[in-house]
Design a protein around this ligand. Structure first.
Ligand code: UDP
Ligand code: MG
Length: 316
């Protein structure tokens, strides 16, 4: 029998855990799989961890990993993926915004041969107009700036087969944006649309600063365009300072310039302009070092013909 692990990052979800576990059990018991609910407690400050440990002691299908402190949703999710042993691994939120009723559909698409089944949020009930608009704008921006194509509405509710989980496990960068990383894998993706209901209980655990960090990680992690902007800005300023220099010389020759004014203007614009160009060039190098330091795998093997050969393709 194939096995399925459901990974759930949890941060202060005390009011949701029991309801969520029951809802998942109801759906998964009807499925022909051996299944495990793997909770990752992300340093909760409420009673979440006690509740989870109690469930673990009573229910054979519940496993719990506790992080030492709050490391953030994406890291907690990664920890869960690293420890999941199922043939398929599903990640979902523990607040009922990722409806458990959708699980059979994800599993059906996996059985059809898709290695990644990604849910696409069509609409989120109870979310402000402003949040929806900024989210849409953000996806437009990230897709313009970087070479990955991230679907608007892509959520962290997805199924990965064993091969995709192992592949994703090779991406060890610290600032993570899993939605983008899954796109980079290049495996066969099926999409399942859904409407996210409001939370069952409690408030969103994504504070504005966490959201901004995730947004910046998404853009800076996939693009060096912002660095290039500094370089182009440097050139524009250098050109401008050259014009200023010509003007200063003109004033010096034709007009009565205050003594010393020309020298100061020329020095300032020349040095300012060249400094900005240099900063831009350094930015270009910094961008490359940054990409290298992340040490992402160069390629991933999709099929391996040789039976006994290892699929490990870490080639540096
Ligand atoms: N979460 C987490 N660590 C955090 C923030 C959130 O593990 O630092 C969990 C949270 O418990 C939930 C999921 O990540 O299961 C999604 O968080 P939330 O529902 O607050 O995000 P939203 O749906 O508002 O985007
Ligand atoms: Mg939520």
């Amino acid at each position: 029998m194939k096995s399925v692990t459901i990974v759930v990052p949890v941060y202060n979800e005390g009011e949701n855990i029991l309801h969520f576990t029951t809802a998942v059990k109801e759906v998964m018991d009807k499925q022909p799989y051996k299944w495990t609910l793997l909770f990752v407690d992300d340093g909760s400050r409420d009673n979440s961890l006690e509740l989870l440990e109690d469930l673990q002691a009573r229910l054979p299908y519940v496993k719990v990993i506790a992080l030492s402190r709050n490391c953030g949703h994406q890291i907690a999710l990664t920890c869960g993926l690293d420890h999941a042993r199922g043939d398929a691994v599903i990640s979902m939120d523990g607040d009922m915004q990722h409806p458990p009723e959708l699980l059979p559909e994800l599993l059906a698409r996996w059985e059809e041969g898709y290695q990644v089944v990604q849910t696409i949020r069509q609409d989120t009930q109870g979310v402000s107009w402003a949040k929806k608009k900024t989210s849409a704008l953000y996806y437009r921006l990230i897709n313009r700036l970087s070479n990955v194509n991230i679907r608007p509405g892509g959520s962290d509710f997805r199924l990965l087969d064993r091969q995709a989980v192992e592949a994703l496990g090779k991406y060890r960068e610290h600032d993570r944006f899993l939605r983008g990383m899954v796109t980079l894998l290049g495996y066969k993706v099926a999409e399942v649309p859904f409407v996210a209901p409001p939370r069952f209980a409690g408030q969103s655990k994504y504070s504005l600063s966490k959201m901004v960090k995730l947004g910046v990680d998404g853009i800076v992690g996939y693009s060096v365009v912002p660095l290039r902007v500094a370089f182009v800005g440097g050139i524009i300023f250098a050109l401008f300072s050259f014009l200023l220099l010509l003007h200063a010389l003109y004033v010096y020759i034709c007009d009565e310039a205050v003594s010393g004014w020309t020298t100061i203007m020329v020095c300032m614009s020349l040095f300012g302009g060249t400094q900005l160009i240099m900063l831009g060039i350094m930015g270009e190098y910094l961008g490359r070092i940054y990409t290298e330091v992340k040490n992402r795998p160069l390629y991933l093997v999709k099929h391996n013909g040789g039976e006994n050969e290892t699929t490990d393709c870490q080639c540096r």
